[in-house]
Ligand binder design. Structure first.
Ligand code: HAM
Length: 421
């Protein structure tokens, strides 16, 4: 086949069936779990004013390097959303719903990254956020829902890492200590991390480069900088997780790639992906974000789980297979197709899944299509059957395959209901 003139852009994919059905099922499972916990869906636009996303933090790659932004025909500087949290906070400021506001969202995000397995320029997330509560047990609820969701998919090799970045002042003192430490050792840092250091010392902890590993391991620890309140808050989160028997590991280097976090941060890591792409999902608390978008001081906590990556992990673990899209019945009509039109309409109206062949193909061609459809039964109409107001029902699989019966047309629906039940 010649290479077509147009193909998807790098990092963007067509999702064909049955994978597309699996994506839908993924969101359905997520919605069922979080709606049962009182979260309600928010559908926000794919585009926002660029300024909304700049509040994520001017020192993050997501904002400085990866944004799809442009000036629209009305002269507005807008961007495709790279994540949901900033949009959800913008919506909160705009609508001022009663708190705690518990929302979930799902959909595509856009980041201009270097595409590779598990890293795309258009990718999907499912997300929950709770705005308006500073109760540490909200953090626990949020984390527990993520954990429950991975269990529901059937994933077993998921590790939960948690950390706390403390109060903003704790975090600021820590970042300053990190800066002093890394600057004293800048000759040993990788050139990339030396550049990162100039912008945000915290981000150096994100480096996955082997050259940086020893320096990062010996860097000052965030825990040394916690205020009494921050330490107590983190302790409460951990005791909540223990009460729910959710296994976790405290990882002091878990600072996450976005700048808005305060207190709790966490990440769910998959056991089967490369370390640069093994974050299946993550989140944390972002107590200053609503204010930075012009709202009243409002605490917030939430997570986003990457759909693309989580499905790769499901493939690797052999769980959460695509749902079956097979129809129940396939109609084969060699009399011109009008009878097939009536029968498919009747069988669909009775709630069964039914497909048919078109274009007056031969009996052989239609039976081949019937087989390919995965249907359990073929309903066959030839001139003989049409004359006698009858149909032939032929099982296509199982022990009774091909053991066909001729039945009156008027009895078809009840007959199919019986054999399919
Ligand atoms: P994030 O860590 O940037 O957090 O993204 C969350 C998840 O989205 C990642 O763990 C990963 O599974 C997936 N993801 C991110 N980038 C890509 C990509 N280029 N290709 C495929 N998957 C990707 C956030 O987005 C925060 N808004 C999470 C949050 C919610 N924090 C508080 N509330």
């Amino acid at each position: 086949m010649a290479v077509p003139e147009f193909q998807t852009s790098p990092g963007m994919r067509d999702i064909l069936a049955p994978e597309s059905a699996r994506w839908r099922a993924f969101v359905d499972v997520f919605a069922r779990i979080v709606e049962a916990a009182g979260y309600r869906q928010l559908m926000s636009p794919l585009l926002e004013d660029l300024g909304v996303f700049q509040r994520i933090g001017e020192a993050t790659d997501v904002v400085t390097k990866e944004m799809y932004d442009f000036v629209d025909k009305g002269g507005r500087h807008i961007a495709l959303r790279p994540e949901l949290t900033a949009s959800i906070c913008r919506a909160f400021v705009q609508h001022r719903p009663p708190t705690p506001w518990k929302v979930w969202s799902a959909g595509s995000q856009f980041r201009y990254e270097r595409p590779q397995r598990g890293r795309y320029r258009q990718f999907d997330q499912v997300d929950i956020e709770v705005l308006g509560s500073d109760d540490p047990y909200v953090d626990v609820e949020v984390i527990a829902l993520g954990w429950e969701f991975y269990r529901a998919l059937g994933l077993r090799q998921v590790t939960l890492l948690v950390n706390s970045l403390g109060e903003p002042e704790d975090r600021a003192r820590y970042v300053e200590a990190l800066r002093v430490y890394f600057e004293a050792n800048v000759d040993a840092l990788s050139p990339e991390s030396a550049v990162t250091l100039q912008k945000n010392a915290l981000r150096v902890l994100d480096s996955k480069r082997a050259q940086d590993a020893a320096l990062i391991a010996a860097a000052p620890h965030i825990a040394e900088f916690y205020s009494a309140e921050a330490g107590a808050f983190f302790e409460a989160v951990q005791s909540g997780l223990r009460a729910l028997e959710i296994p976790f590991r405290v990882d002091a280097s878990l600072v996450r790639g976005l700048d808005y976090y305060r207190h709790t941060t966490f990440e769910f890591q998959g056991g089967t992906l490369d370390s640069a792409q093994n974050a299946l999902g993550g989140g944390g608390r972002y107590d200053g974000l609503v204010e930075s978008l012009g709202g009243p001081p409002t605490p917030g906590v939430g997570f986003a789980l990457g759909l693309d990556r989580t499905l790769i992990a499901c493939d690797d673990e052999g769980v959460f297979a695509p749902p079956s899209l097979n129809v129940d019945v396939f109609v084969v009509d060699t009399t011109g197709g009008l009878e097939a039109l009536r029968i498919t309409a009747d069988v669909r109206a009775a709630g069964m899944r039914v497909d048919r062949a078109y274009e007056q193909r031969s009996m052989k061609g239609q039976m081949k299509a019937a087989d390919r459809s995965g249907a359990k039964f073929a309903v066959i109409i030839g001139t003989d059957e049409l004359d006698k107001a009858a149909v032939v029902v032929r099982p296509l699989r199982g022990e009774r395959a091909n053991d066909q019966s001729t039945i009156p047309r008027v009895d078809l629906i009840s007959y199919l209901q019986k054999v399919l039940s």
